[in-house]
Design a protein around this ligand. Structure first.
Ligand SMILES: C[S@@+](CC[C@H](N)C(=O)[O-])C[C@H]1O[C@@H](n2cnc3c(N)ncnc32)[C@H](O)[C@@H]1O
Length: 261
């Protein structure tokens, strides 16, 4: 009997250990991507590689960008990775009309302003921290994502406030669910969807974006991370619409990509 108990406990212990050591892989497997993964070099010509020598390839000048980093002591909520920031900055270089859902600290807005041409117009839509207590959670909305919206809606001034590029940027403090997008219909070259991560908000922002995007324009979504709680609604919604729209998951990032061609 004791031997049986020992064998059983050892099996359980091994299973627990195996799960803990392979947690990420198991989660990824269980939440299999429905969206095709593609390397950024295959998605847009600005990222195609320049052959330097037989065994070395590098970025073309189209992919050289102005950038900055946020130090680890400077706690800013809701940010993109360096790689994602580079993709967004590169695409901004060839975009005259940019729209962003979700300003937060303004890190991505600032990068897009730094890298776009002088005459580019950037509109960034975000919740007013003073009205955040009026926010309601929809029936289909994930609790964690709803809580994150509240935690990320804290800035009234942004990283670009007081800088030379501020003149390119219009921040609109409004709930995107109430936002009238008709004035922007077919006018936007680049849209970055990084507002609320709840189902109702992602669906709303995406549907409006498909109407706002110009022919050839690009839509990027942030935080497509299968298996991550706060991304649950984004993954669910994007997986669903990717059956009708040619959306790609950019390899080694949490971004999804769509070009209106
Ligand atoms: C993840 S942060 C954006 C991060 C930013 N793009 C960056 O990387 O620097 C999310 C932002 O979306 C805004 N947001 C959330 N739900 C929204 C809604 N329904 N309408 C407008 N803005 C919303 C929040 O106020 C917050 O500023």
């Amino acid at each position: 009997m004791i031997i049986k108990i020992l064998v059983l406990s050892s099996i359980i212990l091994n299973l627990v250990l195996f799960f803990l050591l392979n947690k990420k892989k198991i989660k990824k497997y269980l939440h299999k991507n429905n969206i095709k993964e593609e390397d950024i070099t295959k998605l847009h010509q600005s990222f195609e590689l320049n052959e330097i020598s037989k065994n070395l390839k590098g970025p073309k000048k189209e992919a050289l960008v102005k950038s900055f980093s946020i130090s680890s002591d400077n706690t800013i909520v809701g940010m993109t990775s360096e790689y994602e920031a580079w993709i967004l900055s590169t695409l901004s270089k060839t975009s005259k009309n940019i729209f962003e859902f979700g300003t937060c600290s303004g890190k991505t807005t600032y990068l897009m302003a730094l890298n776009s041409s002088e005459d580019t117009k950037i509109t960034s839509l975000t919740l007013d921290p003073r009205n955040i207590n009026k926010l309601e959670r929809g029936n289909l909305d994930n609790k964690v994502s709803h809580r994150n919206i509240v935690n990320e809606s804290i800035y009234e001034k942004f990283l670009f406030s007081g800088t030379d590029v501020e003149k390119k940027i219009d921040v609109i403090f409004e709930n995107s669910l109430e936002f009238e997008h008709f004035a922007y219909k077919s006018k936007i070259d680049l849209i970055f969807i990084d507002g609320g991560h709840t189902y109702s908000v992602v669906k709303n922002d995406t549907e409006k974006s498909f109407e706002m995007i110009k022919p050839n324009g690009i839509i990027l979504w942030h935080d497509y991370v299968p298996g991550k709680k706060s991304s649950k609604d984004i993954v669910k919604y994007l997986n669903k619409i990717s059956k009708e729209r040619k959306i790609y998951h950019i390899k080694n990032s949490s971004m999804c990509f769509f070009q209106n061609i």
